[in-house]
Design a protein around this ligand. Structure first.
Ligand code: DON
Length: 312
């Protein structure tokens, strides 16, 4: 049985991963289909680990905030799982990997306006529609939820990014209107898009993001206040969904290389969960063709190797 790594050895490992990250800086590009994201400095790298007891270790640019983008789809789904019955959620969105790009529309018509899973854009728009129906102020509730989980009241939307997404909304609007045509999206599409873009625009750093996912490494309990965010069964379900669908059409390759449940965003962040041990957030803005951080994925491979764990 491999022995758990000491805090000192883990710190040395994180420092080494941060020092090695520039080797990946020759590859990939910053997301530019949302113009505000194209402004980000590409050659950055940060990593933070939040242990199941809430303590944090980090290296590199772990305190620099970036656009969390699709990572927020996890927070939105957590809220939906707290607010709605499983029947209501899973009637309107599936739980299967899509094998398609994160913003693909191709399956949506064939499958009667029911998105494959909650992490592709169509699925996240569907979850946002559920929250718009259920909550008085959906985007503010998502922000409150993330502030509480990260114990950081200053976490906020980046209005420039949210506006930039709204100005270039055509693709997401097409997904949402198609789902509305099938009666699956029930609210005003513009209201749903606004709430979705605001959630994606949340700006957080690696430490804050790692903290906000710590409950998934702790049986669903937030280590900072001892409250259950999800039940142990829901936690298992969420981690399963992250493993199979969290990195879109690269989920299989990520599972092969890293072997952890994870969620990426086109801001260059990836969050991963080592169940019962730690949540991890890496950030580096250069993306591969699937929209996932290259240096981030590489560092997670190095971390799992260095930790010498076989979680699956
Ligand atoms: O809707 C979009 O396209 C973005 N707000 C989020 C996409 C995203 O982060 C995909 N992740 N890798």
């Amino acid at each position: 049985m491999p022995q758990p790594i000491s805090r000192e050895a883990l710190q040395a490992l994180l420092d080494r991963l941060a020092a090695d990250a520039p080797r990946c800086f020759g590859e990939g590009k910053v997301a530019s289909y949302i113009p505000a994201l194209a402004e980000v400095e590409p050659d950055r790298f940060g990593i933070a680990v939040c242990h199941a007891d809430g303590s944090v270790q980090c290296a590199g640019d772990a305190m620099t905030r970036f656009s969390i983008q699709s990572i927020s789809k996890t927070h939105a789904l957590v809220l939906a799982m707290r607010e709605l019955s499983p029947e209501e959620i899973w009637r309107r969105v599936g739980r299967e990997p899509s094998g398609q790009a994160f913003n693909s529309i191709v399956q949506l018509e064939v499958e009667n306006g029911v998105p494959r899973n909650p992490f592709i854009n169509a699925g996240a728009l569907m979850v946002t529609d559920m929250l718009v129906s259920q909550l008085f102020m959906p985007q503010q509730t998502i922000r409150e939820h993330v502030r509480r989980l990260s114990i950081t009241p200053s976490v906020d939307f980046d209005e420039t990014v949210a506006r930039s997404e709204m100005e270039h909304k055509a693709h997401n609007a097409a997904l949402a209107y198609l789902m509305q045509a099938y009666g699956n999206i029930r609210n005003d599409v513009e209201v749903v898009l606004d709430a979705y873009f605001h959630s994606c625009s949340l700006a957080m750093n690696c430490v804050e993001l790692a903290r906000s996912f710590a409950f998934l490494a702790n049986h669903g309990v937030n280590p900072f206040d001892g409250q259950a965010v999800l039940s142990p069964v829901q936690t298992r379900q969420m981690n399963a969904l992250l493993l199979t669908c969290g990195l879109y059409d690269a989920a299989g390759d990520f599972a092969w290389r890293v072997g952890l449940p994870g969620k990426s965003g086109v801001g260059g962040g990836i969050v991963a969960i080592l169940p019962r041990r730690m949540s991890i957030c890496v950030w580096s803005p250069r993306l591969d063709s699937y929209g996932n951080s290259i240096a981030g994925r590489h560092a997670l491979e190095g971390l799992v190797e260095g930790l010498n764990v076989t979680p699956l």
